[in-house]
Design a protein around this ligand. Structure first.
Ligand code: G3H
Length: 251
């Protein structure tokens, strides 16, 4: 039985004061992590507040990126070792915005995945197609290729813990959600891909999120699909009320 995981990705939004206001607003209102894992992926400058909050509240914490080396002369990068020492649980890698604006390659993403596991955290690995790729009928093969490249060299045990976020690029921040059936089709294909690369047990354990204009109004329908285990939520996660509605979608 896979535990649902709803992660808010704040992207480059909120300063430390706004972060504290958000945390004050959600205090005491999150579901137990055995029911739904609630995660916030905050900018690096806000992570400290999250890790303090998570000591007493059922919130899991995520960084939006990390480098693959633990330390050294890498100006502007964030060390996975330090994130782990801070108590961060997850690191989002391979988001389409990082692939597009910061030219991250599949190879970079794979190195990050290894570094995250080495530092006892869990990657949330993003994948997804452009509108052109969807229209050309290339979605499944493209996404399978991204997943295979990101997982390269990881053990079955590591992959079983991994979270994969399917985010069609055309649905991100556009208000255009993939229909629940479209999202299920690709998430099901991702699980099949993991089964082919590893085995059935690993495929059944890996958690797959859908991301792209997820909101309180569509989360239930998406979560009802058999291969969708969670959401990676951008815009709607910035509002404490919406985030609470999302993580408490079962109520
Ligand atoms: O990481 C989150 C996704 O990019 C989705 O963002 P969105 O919910 O604003 O469409």
């Amino acid at each position: 039985m896979r535990t649902p995981i709803i992660a808010g990705n704040w992207k480059m939004n909120k300063n430390p004061q706004q972060t504290q206001e958000f945390l004050d607003a959600i205090k005491g209102k999150l579901p137990e992590t055995s029911k739904v894992e609630s995660v916030i992926a905050a900018p690096a400058v806000d992570l400290n507040a999250l890790t303090w909050f998570s000591k007493d509240e059922p919130l899991k914490t995520a960084a939006q990126n990390s480098y693959w080396e633990d330390e050294g002369a890498f100006t502007g990068e964030t060390s996975p070792k330090v994130l782990s020492e801070m108590g961060i649980d997850y690191v989002v890698i391979g988001h389409s915005e990082r692939r597009q604006y910061f030219h991250e390659t599949d190879e970079d993403i794979n190195k990050k995945a290894h570094a995250i596991f080495k530092n006892r955290m869990t990657p949330i690995i993003c994948c997804g197609e452009t509108l052109e790729q969807r229209e050309a009928g290339d979605t499944n093969s493209w996404v399978a290729g991204q997943v295979e490249a990101a997982l390269k060299g990881l053990t079955a045990e590591q992959v079983a813990q991994t979270v994969i976020a399917y985010e069609p690029i055309w649905a991100i921040g556009t208000g255009k959600t993939a229909s629940a059936d479209q999202a299920q089709e690709v998430c099901g294909h991702i699980r099949e891909t993991v089964k082919k690369l590893y085995n059935e047990g690993t495929a059944e354990a890996v958690r797959i999120q859908y991301g792209g204009s997820v909101k309180p109004g569509n989360v239930k329908e998406l979560m009802a699909k058999k291969d969708i285990d969670g959401g990676l939520v951008g815009g709607a996660s910035l509002s404490a009320d919406d985030f609470l509605a999302l993580v408490n979608y079962q109520d």
